[in-house]
Design a binder for this molecule. Sequence first.
Ligand code: NAD
Length: 350
Amino acid sequence: MNLKILLLPGDGIGTEVTAAAVEVLKAVGKKFGHTLELSEGLLGGIAIHKTGTPFPKETEELCQKADATLMGAVGLPEFDAAPPSQRPEAGLLGMRRVLDVFANLRPVRTWPALVDSSPLKNHVVEGTDMIIVRELTGGLYYGQPRGMDENHGFNTMSYTRKEVERVTHTAFKLARNRRKRVTSVDKSNVLEVSQFWRKIVIEVAKNYPEIQLEHMLVDNAAMQMVLNPRQFDVMLTENTFGDILSDVGGILAGSIGMLPSASLGEKKGLYEPVHGSAPDIAGQNKANPLGAIGSVAAMLEYTFGLMKEANAVNDAIGKVLESGKVTADLRPKGKPATTTEVGQAVSAAL
Ligand code: NAD
């Protein structure tokens, strides 16, 4: 298969973790006989420096031509005081909009080798393997009207039928290849928008009789995630609830450097580790590349449908974690490995 992939390393550790992820991608191509058609573009602070804008037109065109985009991270401290539209992060938001990626998938699993690094008790986190599907382009963050004055601040949580239907289909299709269980999270005891959400989810679920659907109120879901995370397979929720719950997921995984993500639309996929550009460790070859490498596994699975290859990458990550050759954030017993060494170790384990 020919894999047409755009690389957007971005800023800070984004370039370092992307380099390690590309190494793994090349190893997958070699092992499984796929050709890679890689292109590279500018996004974020580096794009502002070179072109004056965080999301240049050429990058937009490259995104449209590729089947999938692998991003590192964006953000440079020198832009911290700039207005939002002139910050590197504006490039990322612009790209999500252009690609119309409405479903954000965040797999959360507890690797056996990392159970001890979790602040939660081993018997609680062991065996966690869930995926949060968060609606990404609607809800409270986009709803109108919004605003504030001296005495009043307000936002609107609003969803259309189409917005709920499409993300619900994404969640149910994912569940088909997993443990066949969807938990839809809402606040339907208080909010009309949640009652609407629940009604549409129930309608869409009729297309997937093999999938078990349950509903959970968001306050209870937050508690259940730390009480008994193993009960969840696919968790489907709206934008704001998903934003909050997915950070709870970060605790279950051991380190922010471990978390991959995928943002999917009707056609395109955007893959990126959850972390930012980490200016405090940038340029030191210290960053954990496993979130970026996990994002490669997600790309192989969701955009290209290459399950065997995706599983091989995840298995290789597991082996490297077991070997103890890990970066400083995972608190290894011996000398921490570098970003490059971890990338090479995953490629070798493949
Ligand atoms: P951050 O995720 O960059 O860093 C938070 C902490 O986690 C830091 O101590 C960092 O060293 C550590 N860390 C992060 N990723 C790591 C990795 N792979 N390995 C080891 N340690 C890791 O968040 P921040 O410091 O709040 O933000 C820094 C910049 O990144 C800001 O400009 C912010 O706007 C931007 N940001 C970008 C994205 C993105 O590109 N998707 C996401 C979040 C933040």
